[in-house]
Write a protein that binds this ligand. Structure first.
Ligand SMILES: [Zn+2]
Length: 127
């Protein structure tokens, strides 16, 4: 399988998250539907190459699909990491002494993350 990305060590947090994600129904469902697509190719179809690719043997398609799902998973993981490490500033006083807090779900409110300023005690990011 040709994969442009460098191999990820098995104990890397991204790889651990990926292996855990692969056990979920969401992953199995994504893969199932990606494999289920069997397009018709008509003469002169400008999209024929892409469709022919989808008609390759199922084990090959499975490898390519897994590669695509992996790439999307990496993008999501990296975006989440970037958002988490971004320095947050209090919108009221402009101080950096802020904490990202977690609120557990209750009967009335869903689970949420929000910010709390240790200086002026403002909370934000709460739905
Ligand atoms: Zn503040």
């Amino acid at each position: 399988m040709s994969n442009a990305s460098t191999p990820c060590p098995e104990d890397h947090p991204l790889m651990l998250a990926w292996n855990s994600h692969k056990q979920t129904d969401e992953y199995k469902n994504s893969k199932h539907w990606a494999l289920a697509i069997q397009p018709m190719i008509q003469v002169g179809d400008p999209d024929a190459d892409r469709k022919r690719y989808q008609l390759m043997p199922v084990d090959q398609r499975e490898q390519h699909i897994e590669g695509s799902l992996w790439a999307v998973f990496c993008a999501g993981y990296n975006a989440a990491q970037a958002a988490r490490t971004q320095r947050e500033v209090c919108p009221s006083c402009g101080k950096h002494d802020v904490d990202r807090l977690h609120r557990a779900a209750t009967m009335a409110l869903p689970e949420a993350h929000y910010w709390f300023c240790n200086d002026c005690h403002r909370q934000w990011g709460v739905e």
